[in-house]
Design a protein around this ligand. Structure first.
Ligand SMILES: [Zn+2]
Length: 113
């Protein structure tokens, strides 16, 4: 095995080990489980969980800003598709596509204000 193959094997082993740090999430609203679609692949980096495929929901990151007790903190959370639907209907979640449509409708094309 040449050096490149050794490096590639070590990299895969390390990612396999650290991907075990990624666990099934519980929906932040209803506690329903949100699981990785293909957990056997072991390719999820613990700090890039939002880039993986999750079944029946979204896993993403929130971060606190100035003014919050959690300024500079980041958290992963999961929310199931059913709760997303309900929260959109109740106005708790804003669909960014709607915001973009509204901006286009007033002629705003982006850029600095
Ligand atoms: Zn839910």
């Amino acid at each position: 095995m040449n050096k490149f193959e050794q490096y590639k094997q070590l990299k895969e082993e390390l990612l396999g080990t650290i991907s075990e740090m990624v666990n099934t999430k519980k929906c932040i609203c209803c506690d329903k489980e949100i699981s990785l679609l293909m957990p056997e692949i072991k390719s999820t980096h613990p700090l890039k969980q939002e880039q993986s495929m999750w079944g029946n929901g979204i896993v993403n990151k929130i971060s606190g800003g100035y003014g919050s007790d959690y300024d500079l903190c980041e958290f992963y959370f999961g929310i199931c598709d059913e709760c997303i639907t309900n929260k959109i209907r109740s106005g708790h979640l804003e669909d960014i596509r709607d915001i973009k449509t509204n901006l286009r409708n007033i002629g705003y094309e982006g850029g600095m204000l």
